[in-house]
Design a protein around this ligand. Sequence first.
Ligand code: FAD
Length: 384
Amino acid sequence: MRRALIIGGSLGGLLAAHLLREAGWDAVVFERNTEDLTGRGAGISTHPQLIDILKRVGIAFDESMGIKVDTVICLDHSGHAYLREPTSRTMSSWGRLYRSLRDPLPPESYRLGMSLQHVEQDADGVTAVFADGARLTGDLLVGADGLRSTVREQVLPDLAPNYAGYVAWRAMLDESEVPPDIRAEIFERYTFCLPEGELLLAYPVPGRNNETQPGRRAYNIVWYRPADPDRALVDLCTDASGRCHGTSIPPPLIRPEVTAAIKATARALVAPQVAEIFARARPFFQPIFDLESPQTVFGRVALLGDAAFVARPHVGAGVTKAALDAASLADAARADDLAAGLIRYQSKQRPFGSCLVALGREEGAYLSAQLKPREQRFRVGAAR
Ligand SMILES: Cc1cc2nc3c(=O)[nH]c(=O)nc-3n(C[C@H](O)[C@H](O)[C@H](O)COP(=O)(O)OP(=O)(O)OC[C@H]3O[C@@H](n4cnc5c(N)ncnc54)[C@H](O)[C@@H]3O)c2cc1C
């Protein structure tokens, strides 16, 4: 049986493992974290393509997978809903999807505490070399190791993620902690707030232990705010000891005054119902990057998911793209001629990835443009 070594045990790696196994391969996932991953409360919007792929690998997309929302509202600064439109979305969560993909895999197919160091390959096979010195050989190596992919850094050393000029503040609060009047008014709606030059969206997601029953769900807020890379981002990423952690910082190290300031800003800029929920939560932020790989196949190595392309999250399709990449790769890997199959994979998924990156740039252009002087913000192409 042909063997795939999958680097990265998040959603992209798990989807690849299921789909390659379905295609008749032995697929083993290697994740550098030593314990099961947690979702930090990230909400994930789902698409029919993702649901189809989950069904293909035997995972039912039932009521327990997410929360259905049927109305979009826009709230102004005073909390008044000035727009109300019907919608049809199922909001799941990173953690819910992770468990549904992780639990059915045999334990020997998902190995924690395995940090890839580098890859070696020749005509006969590909070898993953890990930080502890372990060497494992297979027929195919899948780089599903995310935005800061070790695999990609080796095959495309000059390619760096592109900072979009803004961060996403994220917050999640248990439904039971949302004040009842606010809960009744907005909890089950997909809510937008649009402070000038910013964008906030909020919606219900499964609870911390993936519950979808009323009373046990959670509320998720994502708030995009410009942060100039030389000053604001440096300040945000500096911990209480004065150490700057680069372009991101582990949430527990965010300085208390930074958290207090963003809660105060929420009260000043966004609808009071949303600001109240935000103030009761423990917000953290993620800088927004995008990334476009010029090539995704290198001999027996294939990049997939965020390791290959990252579109800004406005597209809301990172997980669906990872699923479509994984399905396309597994279809290609059915071929007896693996090299030809991999070239087909690349020619199919690369234009798709580039398209999503372009769409994300278009949708986030006005956020990026906020770092330009006001008179330049509306020029065509100003935001790139
Ligand atoms: C603010 C925000 C909102 C988003 N909202 C949505 C949404 O609504 N819908 C949606 O579909 N997507 C959304 N996304 C995107 C989505 O989270 C990602 O696209 C998705 O998680 C990609 O998964 P991945 O498996 O490719 O990479 P990742 O989730 O980044 O996983 C990479 C894994 O590889 C591991 N790894 C890294 N290096 C090594 C190594 N050397 N050895 C071993 N393991 C390694 C890491 O520990 C990690 O577990 C959002 C993203 C952001 C930032």
